[in-house]
Design a protein around this ligand. Structure first.
Ligand SMILES: [Zn+2]
Length: 116
């Protein structure tokens, strides 16, 4: 499942960050992520995966937060930037199809929280 392998990825990013910072893994209390719509992730499934796999890997009582980024394009016709709601890839302002995708592929671990 897509979300499970993403969850694995996220946890290994977090783990290597903690290692880099010299922080014990048990001190992790939260992970915030930004994920673009084009990644086609179901946030609830991802959160579920993170909880299950996280527990297995020894992360207890960690709060995971997913911030979903909209699909964003810029138009080479009029220069407008728009967010695409439906899957019609057209500029929202002038209707041109000469657009470039500028947002929606994000997959970022924004921050991690540590107790003190
Ligand atoms: Zn346009």
């Amino acid at each position: 499942m897509h979300e499970l392998s993403l969850a694995q990825n996220i946890l290994s990013i977090v783990r290597s960050e903690l290692k880099k910072l010299g922080i014990a893994e048990k001190r992790l209390t939260g992970v915030k992520m930004t994920i673009g719509k084009l990644m086609q992730v179901v946030p609830a499934s991802l959160l579920y995966g993170l909880e299950i796999i996280g527990e297995e890997q020894g992360f207890k009582n960690v709060k995971y937060t997913v911030n979903e980024c909209p699909l964003k394009v810029t138009c080479s016709g009029c220069g407008a930037e728009s967010e695409i709601e439906k899957f019609a890839l057209l500029c929202e302002k002038c209707g041109s199809d000469r657009i470039r995708i500028v947002g929606g592929r994000e997959f970022v671990v924004e921050s991690i929280d540590i107790d003190d």
